[in-house]
Design a protein around this ligand. Structure first.
Ligand code: ADP
Ligand code: MG
Length: 374
C-alpha cells in the first residue's frame, strides 16, 4: 500500500497557539507510521508558515521555531526569514505548497491541528479548499459558524436544541450604554450572567459577572478578543462533553464530565493548575446521557460539520440538557477529552487519527470540484 503524505499544521495566529502545538506534537507521536508519511508545517504567531523537519518534542516547547529558521537558513540560504511556504495567490492552483526553491512539497492531505481564530474558523480551511487538497475536519462554513458563538446559537436554535438565553453587544456599543445593558440583563437574563467574546476559545475573555458593577469591566475584557460579545444567562449545572465523529452519518461517543478546579472552567482550570477532573462516563442518568448524545449529533448535522467536533453542554439538577458550544477542532492530545471519550468508546487515539484522515479523503471525494482540474 502506498503511504499517504500527511501534512500536519500546528501553531497558528490565535491565543490557542500553544495548545495547538501540544495537540500537534501528540498527533505526530501517535500517527500510524505504517500508513502515513508525515511532514510538519508550523505557523508562527506572526503568521509565517515554516516547514519543520526537527525533533517532534521541540514542537510542544516552542523551540521548533528556532530550529526551523536555522534549517531554512542552512539549506536554502534564505536571507528573508519572513518568507512564506504558501505562495501568493497568483499561480495555477491559486495556492500551492512550494518550498523556497519553488518545488512542490507534495501534500496528499492536511491535518490542521489549529485551535481558535485563524485556524478553526474557516480561514485555513478556505486556503486548503483553494489549494484543492483534502483536509481533516470541518469545512469552511461549519468551521466559521461553529467558531462564532452567535451564529452557532442561531443554527442550533433552529434545530430545536436548548441553549442559554443571551444579549449581543458590539464593542462599539459598550461605551455609553452600560446602564441600558444592566437593565436588559436584569430583565432578560438575571444575575449572575456570563460575558464572552463571540469568537474565541480556551475561556479567554470569559467572565462570570456576579453583579451589575462588574458588567462594564467584563465587557471590556471580552472586547479585547472580538468586536462581538455575548452576555449569557448563567446556567447552573454539570459540564458535560460529547465527541462526534463522521461525515454525513456521524456517531456520538460516551458522554464525559468536567469538574473544573475553579468556580468555572476558566483558562487556569483548563491548562494551568492541572486540578480539574474528568469523569468518563459522566455521573448522570442514562436518559440524560442519551439526550446529550442525540443533541450532539443533531448539532453536528445542523451545522454541516464533517470529521470531528466536540459538543459541550450543561446538565442541570432539574434534568435539563443545555448546549453550551461546539468546538470543531477540540483539544486533541491523547489525554484531551475528545480522545479520551473515544478511547472509552473503543477507538484508540492512533485509530482516531487514521479515521479522521480517511474521513478527510471521503469528504474530498464527495465534494471536490474535479472539473477545475480538467
Ligand atoms: N452561560 C453559562 N453559564 C454557566 N457557565 C458558563 C456559561 N458560559 C460559559 N460558562 C463557563 O465558562 C467556560 C468557558 O465558556 P465557553 O463558552 O465554553 O467558552 P470557550 O469557547 O472559551 O471554551 C465554560 O466551560 C463554563 O465553565
Ligand atoms: Mg468551552
Amino acid at each position: 500500500m502506498n503511504k499517504r503524505k500527511v501534512t500536519v499544521l500546528f501553531g497558528g495566529q490565535s491565543s490557542e497557539h500553544e495548545v495547538s502545538r501540544i495537540s500537534a506534537q501528540c498527533v505526530l507521536e501517535n500517527i500510524d507510521k505504517e500508513r502515513f508519511d508525515v511532514q510538519m508545517i508550523g505557523i508562527t504567531r506572526n503568521g509565517e508558515w515554516l516547514k519543520y523537519e526537527g525533533d517532534i518534542k521541540l514542537i510542544g516547547t516552542g523551540e521548533w521555531e528556532h530550529v526551523a529558521r536555522g534549517m531554512l537558513l542552512k539549506t536554502n540560504n534564505i536571507s528573508n526569514l519572513g518568507e512564506s511556504l504558501v505562495s501568493a495567490p497568483t499561480c495555477e492552483d491559486l495556492v500551492s505548497f512550494k518550498d523556497s526553491n519553488n518545488q512542490n512539497i507534495g501534500v496528499d492531505v492536511v491535518f490542521p491541528v489549529l485551535h481558535g481564530p485563524n485556524g478553526e474558523d474557516g480561514s485555513v480551511q478556505g486556503l486548503l479548499q483553494l489549494a484543492n487538497v483534502p483536509y481533516v475536519g470541518c469545512d469552511i462554513l461549519s468551521s466559521a459558524a461553529g467558531m462564532d458563538k452567535e451564529f452557532s446559537k442561531l443554527v442550533f436554535n433552529n434545530a430545536g436544541i436548548p441553549q442559554a438565553d443571551y444579549i449581543k453587544v458590539m464593542r462599539s456599543e459598550i461605551e455609553g450604554s452600560i446602564p441600558f445593558l444592566i437593565n436588559q440583563v436584569s430583565e432578560k437574563l438575571g444575575w449572575p450572567c456570563f460575558v464572552k467574546p463571540a469568537n474565541a476559545g480556551s475561556s479567554v475573555g470569559v467572565s462570570k459577572v456576579r453583579s451589575p458593577e462588574e458588567l462594564e469591566q467584563a465587557l471590556k475584557d471580552a472586547s479585547k478578543y472580538d468586536t462581538k460579545i455575548l452576555i449569557e444567562e448563567f446556567i447552573k449545572g454539570k459540564e458535560i462533553e460529547c465527541a462526534v465523529l463522521g461525515n454525513e452519518n456521524p456517531i456520538a461517543s460516551v458522554v464525559g464530565e468536567i469538574v473544573p478546579s475553579n468556580e468555572f472552567y476558566d483558562y487556569n482550570a483548563k491548562y494551568i493548575d492541572g486540578k480539574s477532573d474528568t469523569i468518563i462516563p459522566a455521573d448522570i442518568d442514562s436518559d440524560i446521557a442519551e439526550q446529550v448524545r442525540d443533541y450532539a449529533v443533531r448539532a453536528f448535522k445542523a451545522l454541516g460539520c464533517s470529521g470531528l467536533s466536540r459538543v459541550d453542554f450543561f446538565a442541570t439538577e432539574t434534568g435539563q440538557v443545555i448546549l453550551n458550544e461546539i468546538n470543531t477542532m477540540p483539544g486533541f492530545t491523547s489525554i484531551s477529552m475528545y480522545s479520551k471519550l473515544w478511547e472509552a468508546s473503543g477507538i484508540s487515539y492512533s485509530d482516531l487519527i487514521t479515521r479522521l484522515i480517511d474521513l478527510a479523503f471521503e469528504r474530498y471525494g464527495q465534494t471536490s470540484r474535479s472539473y477545475e482540474r480538467n
